[in-house]
Design a protein around this ligand. Structure first.
Ligand SMILES: Nc1ncnc2c1ncn2[C@@H]1O[C@H](COP(=O)(O)OP(=O)(O)OP(=O)(O)O)[C@@H](O)[C@H]1O
Length: 295
């Protein structure tokens, strides 16, 4: 798999010019890292971190890739708990942090650097500097994919990441609920503005299957994410149901892909991981289509 290279159309060049403002600086390519993908959601609490963690583990364990996980959600870092890591990173001689590995994934999170229950009450510039440290200041080593768990929303921190890191693409996570999908659309537009291809949508919490009679309940609505992806001309990667085990495994620090690798949900995460790898390969060969979006 190679880093993403895409010829720019005239209209895309136009949108670059529009955004050649204060953020216009060369994007950081992390040494030895082939692809960097963002896992994002417009709305908070839709399961973006859960998805990022399970995808990262699936990419490492099922696709046999060298994988890193950057928890860029500086205000609410979840990776330390979800990946069961509770120590501080070691530092190299040239003062770079060494990511901490668990379940075959090299992780870095603001949560490694602050006390677990300490509130992170930073203003914009501090967030920017923290993000800078967690990207440029980390010795990632050789990686096939670095998965970035983005902060929710489309504000300063998200823009900084999308404009300073050379992202190969973004995965959009949403529940099927209209209010989440509205924010997901905003997220897609943000990535389009900064020329980051959308790898596809994942629907999280798609339905709840009754453990007694297996009757599905569509708590947040049915099929909304697929419809949104279709309407925007993007790929629908797949759906993950709402299951108690997903939540308990996350809380225990053993992602479900590790604790129940043969479960239907784990298979769904692995399929999603394979689909993402395939799309990255197609993007690197220039054989996939990215729709133009009216911004
Ligand atoms: N498919 C699922 N089934 C059951 N619980 C889930 C599922 N996905 C996520 N959760 C639970 O929902 C809560 C929110 O998930 P998560 O922290 O991944 O969301 P997020 O979008 O990253 O949130 P934030 O906006 O705070 O970053 C967590 O308690 C998580 O364990």
């Amino acid at each position: 798999m190679k880093g993403f290279l895409r010829p720019l159309s005239v209209s895309r060049l136009g949108s670059i010019r529009r955004y050649a403002g204060p953020f216009a600086r060369s994007k950081l390519q992390l040494d030895g890292v082939k692809d960097v993908i963002a896992v994002a959601s417009g709305k908070g609490g839709v399961g973006k971190s859960t998805t990022a963690v399970n995808l990262a583990v699936a990419l490492a364990k099922k696709c046999n890739l060298k994988v890193g996980l950057l928890d860029a959600d500086v205000y609410g870092p979840s990776v330390p708990m979800m990946m069961k890591i509770d120590r501080k990173p070691d530092i190299t001689e040239d003062k770079k942090m060494i990511p901490i590995e668990n379940y075959g994934v090299r992780c870095m999170s603001m949560g490694f650097l602050v006390e677990q229950d300490a509130p992170i009450v930073w203003r914009g510039p501090m967030v920017m500097s923290a993000l800078e440290k967690m990207t440029r200041g980390v010795s990632w080593g050789k990686l096939d994919i670095l998965v970035v768990d983005m902060p929710p929303g489309t504000g300063d921190a998200q823009l900084t990441i999308t404009q300073s890191l050379q992202l190969s693409g973004a995965v959009i996570v949403s529940t099927p609920q209209d209010v989440a999908l509205l924010d997901a659309r905003r997220g897609v537009k943000m990535f389009s503005k900064v020329e980051v291809p959308i790898l596809g949508f994942i629907e999280n919490m798609s339905c709840f299957k009754c453990p007694h009679c297996a009757e599905p309940s569509y708590i947040f609505g049915k099929g909304g994410t697929q419809r949104t992806a279709d309407s925007m001309g993007h790929h629908f990667i797949g759906e993950i149901p709402i299951e108690v085990d997903i939540r308990t495994c996350s809380d225990n620090g053993t992602p479900i892909v590790i604790s129940s690798p043969d479960s239907g949900v784990s298979r769904a995460y692995c399929e999603a991981a394979r689909s993402i790898v395939k799309t990255l390969e197609e993007l690197s060969k220039g054989t996939t289509f990215q729709p133009e979006i009216n911004l």
